[in-house]
Design a protein around this ligand. Structure first.
Ligand code: HEM
Length: 498
């Protein structure tokens, strides 16, 4: 009798489990409306395309595009994502009233930068600051960028009479780049404190891991994933808190001094040339809300330092693994260095044609397959190919398809050709529908002129000073994380040029 009831209860549990799975499957089965981009068929219920999306991304999406065209949908982590390339991708970038970059999809920024308040307003102010104050004044900033980059190289790489091995290259370039950026953000006085540059450089690395958690709970409900990854924040842990405190401590006396100067000098007050001054010049600037401006500054530096240092890191690996390319860049650098006696100005950076082409090729080969999830914010949107996507639909940009377009870049589009753009009148800052590393349309990255300028200066100084090789002696691969990439993880060997 006992044996019989045990068997019955195992059987009942089994049946209940199957019923739950069936209900779950019915509830979660994607519903695709008429006229929507085709949903790529899948065989495993609930999981859908998640495995291929994570572990076979490039091949999987290439095959989908070949079969379904420039606009198709896949089912990953329990939700439908429409993948767009080429024409539809450009439409997403241009039609900002229909599509919005879904930054909260990457990280719960509203909780991390808890004092920002109105994100839309801060994004607008930061974009204006990057465009009108930072990128527009590169000429003025060039001496400072050069000075702090040289200082950073001395500090973080230094003398390499004997070959020196460096393991965490991204962290190394990030430390160097944080120096000029900190100076431009908070001014020379505050940036002279080591803890300030360290905080501005480090905080993106501190919050990054939160974004790397795969949204497995979204299989049940997207809100559940959001809830789980924000749990530590709900309990008061915030990786930014420590950095915020440091920055506030160091900028407070600087701001007080400037307010006093403004009062005493009146019209004769000469505004400082940094982001801090820009925030202070806002009509509603409120000294008692420094935490708000510091969080706004963090939002800007989050997009400014890690992106540039990641690209420079890729560039160092790309040149170190290709001795011929490295030598050609060295020849150009020597020529320019001779002309300017070692002190480069804005015009000298403009003359670095081979380096500019190299940087553009590095960015084109960042190898991220998909990037930047957008959301449909209008009632629906009909692409010019006739497909309609509904409000709330996640849209993922198939950037690697545009960046490796054979129609645009030629049959060798997949090859890394460092000097591809030298005679093409196509600088690394020029956005177009096939060069989407800086986005496009009216929200295209306004900091790109500054980023490329800075990247070229750091590469120029490193090329002149060191022989750089990969430890493996080979071209290193990027680190693939599903549809995204990070710079290679290998070591680089630096040795003084004789
Ligand atoms: C290699 C380095 C960089 C890359 C790859 C990069 C890439 C991007 C991309 C893809 C976007 C989104 C564009 C879109 O939605 O169409 C963007 C936006 C933005 N970037 Fe950059 N960026 C870099 C460096 C910088 C720097 C150095 C700054 C500041 C000095 C900066 C400031 C901004 C701002 C403020 C926005 C928002 C623009 C808006 O919403 O209108 N970026 N960036």
């Amino acid at each position: 009798m006992g044996e019989y009831s045990k068997e019955t209860s195992v059987f009942q549990t089994y049946i209940i489990g199957i019923i739950i799975l069936i209900i779950f499957y019915i509830i979660k089965r994607p519903r695709i409306g008429a006229n929507e981009p085709p949903l790529v068929p899948y065989t495993i219920p609930i999981l859908g395309h998640t495995y291929n999306y994570l572990f076979n991304t490039q091949k999987f999406l290439k095959e989908c595009k070949e079969q379904y065209g420039e606009c198709f949908s896949v089912y990953v982590f329990g939700y439908v994502v429409t993948v767009v390339s080429r024409g539809p991708l450009s439409e997403v970038l241009i039609n900002r009233e229909a599509f919005e970059l879904d930054i909260f999809e990457i990280l719960p920024f509203n909780m991390i930068f808890e004092h920002v308040g109105d994100f839309g307003k801060v994004a607008h102010i930061n974009a204006k600051l990057a465009r009108e104050k930072i990128s527009a004044n590169i000429e003025v900033y060039t001496p400072a960028i050069q000075k702090y980059i040289v200082e950073g190289i001395d500090k973080w790489i230094g003398d390499c009479k004997e070959p020196k091995e460096f393991r965490s290259i991204w962290s190394l370039t990030n430390n160097i780049i944080a120096l000029p950026v900190a100076n431009i953000m908070v001014g020379e006085e505050a940036a002279s404190h080591e803890d300030v540059t360290k905080s501005l450089g480090d905080f993106a690395f501190d919050i990054g891991p939160l974004g790397a958690i795969p949204p497995i709970f979204s299989f049940i409900h997207p809100k559940l994933h959001e809830f789980v990854i924000t749990l530590p924040l709900r309990f008061g842990w915030n990786p930014v808190a420590r950095h915020r405190k440091i920055i506030i401590n160091q900028i407070k006396p600087v701001i007080e001094k400037r307010i006093k100067e403004k009062k005493t000098l009146g019209k004769d007050y000469k505004p400082y040339f940094d982001a801090l001054e820009y925030y202070m010049s806002q009509p509603d600037f409120d000294y008692s809300k420094l935490h708000h401006y510091v969080d706004a500054l963090f939002v800007l530096t989050f997009g400014a330092i890690g992106t540039t240092s990641g690209s420079v890191t890729n560039g160092l690996f790309d040149m170190a693994g290709r001795p011929d390319c490295f030598n050609e860049l060295y020849e150009e650098a020597m020529m320019i260095d001779k002309e300017c006696n070692g002190s480069i100005g804005f015009a000298d950076v403009q003359k670095m044609k081979k380096l500019d082409s190299f940087v553009k090729e590095v960015l084109r080969h960042s190898d991220d397959t998909l990037k930047r999830i957008h959301k449909v914010i209008s009632e629906s949107y009909t692409f010019s190919n006739g497909y309609t996507v509904p409000k709330g639909r996640r849209i993922n940009l198939y950037v690697n398809d545009a960046l490796k377009s054979k129609d645009f870049y030629g049959d060798d589009a997949d090859e890394f050709k460092p000097f591809r753009f030298v005679n093409e009148n196509s600088p690394a800052t020029k956005v177009d529908r096939n060069y989407v590393v800086f986005g496009g349309g009216k929200h295209a990255c306004p900091g790109r002129f500054f980023a490329i300028h800075e990247a070229k200066i750091i590469c120029h100084k490193l090329i002149l000073r060191y022989n750089i090789k990969t430890k493996s002696g080979k071209i290193e691969n990027k680190t693939y994380l599903g549809p995204s990439t990070l710079p290679p993880r290998g070591s680089l060997i630096f040795e003084n040029r004789k």
